[in-house]
Design a protein around this ligand. Structure first.
Ligand code: SF4
Length: 459
């Protein structure tokens, strides 16, 4: 099981750990391999990535199963395979090379750029299908049978409609198991409190149309799964703060003397259930993190977000009352229809928040994704995003509000991959091989052209 980002990211990925567990319990000799932290150093020393368990070089495994979380991790996949001496493109590999099976969160939106690298792919929730996929390979020496599995795709056979797989509810919840005292991050036991979401934000891949919405796990079931030695519990789920029994669950975890963290918090839940921020703080959570998602109330309504200024102000009050270090607010810039007036509203509103408690704005440029109503909307443009960031920074001078943006350039790369097809995947390899600079990406993606992503392959 390879992870195309460094160890910390892989071990924070509950899905990756959970699939490792399922394969190990089915009797396979599963070993973990991560992208090294310092790829250039490994490349110049000609070091191969080794498995964590037996220190076997990655290229010696018969099957490399990879979990890809988001578009830019495809670069990590190319790096990992290059370091291992495995040709990244399927067409360049021979019978002596490992077979590559790709799955992971990216397959919920646009898996097509993965196609040139994969012998087979599993779209969506892989719990039910990953064991037959691997077992079938050891029976037949091929991955052709994957096309007959739910969510299975064999790219060599060309485009075909594939619906993402939905795991049987009895297999929930995912939980971390590779949890040994020596490893990093291991005092945090990750546990999936629910799966999916019942809401309908127009930009989000995990909206309710995906796999039938939200599936809840009861607090009793969750509590019985927490190992006695776990010092902290990380509750995971796209809409975990919408769990109707979250307050009771947090109480039980905190009362057991454990710390607690949470993967996402909706501002309206914090506003309407003040026990949530109180209990999380008692459990050692120190940055109250919510999402406003767009610069203005008008845009939030347009995105069907349902979060209001009143909710966000209540979050700032809660952060102050419970002595959180900072209120972190995630949002996107460049959503369709955004204007300078929306930015001016953001400045004014952030000033109000910061008058209550220090604020950090985590800003990502909007990238339209497949399988959402905003698919095919344009990317705002690097210059537009950067100039709006400047306007925001200028408006917030002297205010207790930090602006923490992700790069507009890399968001453009993500956009091209999110909306691209297999040629965009091949461009990833050229960009990496030509040094991985932004100029190399621009060149490689320019050569790929504005291909139609072949959406027939994704239902
Ligand atoms: S952004 Fe959050 S609340 Fe909205 S649909 Fe996605 S997971 Fe649900």
């Amino acid at each position: 099981m390879a992870y195309p980002s460094p160890y910390r990211a892989g071990m924070s990925s509950l899905g990756y750990q959970w699939i490792c567990t399922i394969l190990a319990e089915a009797g396979f000799g599963v070993e973990r391999v991560f992208l090294p932290d310092d790829v250039p150093a490994w490349r110049s020393a000609k070091l191969a990535p080794l498995s964590m368990e037996s220190h076997t070089p990655l290229g010696q495994f018969p099957v490399i199963a990879v979990s890809v979380a988001y578009e830019l991790e495809l670069a990590g996949l190319v790096e990992l395979l290059r370091l291992a001496g495995v040709p990244p493109l399927r067409r360049d590999r021979g019978p002596g090379h490992p077979k590559i099976l790709i799955g992971g969160p990216l397959t919920f939106s646009n898996p097509l750029p993965c196609a040139p690298f994969a012998d087979a792919m599993l779209f969506g929730e892989a719990e039910d299908v990953v064991v037959p996929a691997i077992a079938g390979f050891f029976d037949t020496g091929s991955f052709e049978h994957v096309a007959g599995l739910a969510g299975g795709w064999v790219p060599e056979t060309g485009a075909q409609a594939v619906v993402v797989a939905k795991a049987d509810d009895t297999l929930l919840p995912a939980r971390s198991r590779l949890w040994t005292p020596e490893a990093e991050l291991t005092n945090m036991f990750l546990l999936e409190g629910e799966r999916g979401c019942h809401r309908a934000c127009t930009f989000c891949v995990m909206r309710r149309s995906t796999n039938g919405g939200m599936r809840l796990v009861t607090p009793d079931r969750l509590m019985e799964l927490i190992p006695a030695e776990a010092e902290r519990v990380g509750l995971v789920g796209a809409a975990i703060s919408d769990h109707p029994q979250l307050v009771g669950l947090l109480e039980r975890i905190v009362e057991s003397g454990r710390g607690v963290g949470i993967s996402s918090l909706r501002a309206d839940r914090v506003a309407l259930k003040p026990e949530i921020p109180r209990l999380l703080r008692l459990g050692g959570y120190s940055t109250l993190t919510v999402a406003s998602d767009a610069a203005s109330q008008r845009l939030r309504r347009q995105l069907s977000k349902g979060t209001t200024e009143a909710h966000l102000l209540a979050c700032a009050e809660a952060a102050k009352e419970h002595h959180y270090r900072v209120l972190k607010v995630y949002m996107m810039l460049g959503v369709p229809g955004e204007t300078d007036e929306d930015l001016d509203e953001l400045v004014e509103f952030t000033r109000k928040l910061a008058a209550i408690h220090p604020v950090a704005l985590g800003i990502a440029p909007f990238v339209p994704k497949f399988n959402t109503p905003l698919d095919r909307q344009p990317f705002a443009g690097i210059k537009v995003v950067e100039s709006r960031l400047e306007r925001l920074r200028a408006g917030l001078k002297g205010v207790r509000a930090e602006v923490r943006p992700t790069s507009a350039r890399w968001a453009w790369v993500e956009y091209r991959l999110a909306q691209g097809g297999p040629l965009a995947g091949e461009a990833v390899m050229r960009a990496v091989d030509e040094g991985g600079t932004f100029a190399a990406w621009k060149r490689a993606l320019g050569e790929a052209g504005d291909e139609d992503a072949g959406r027939g392959a994704v239902a």
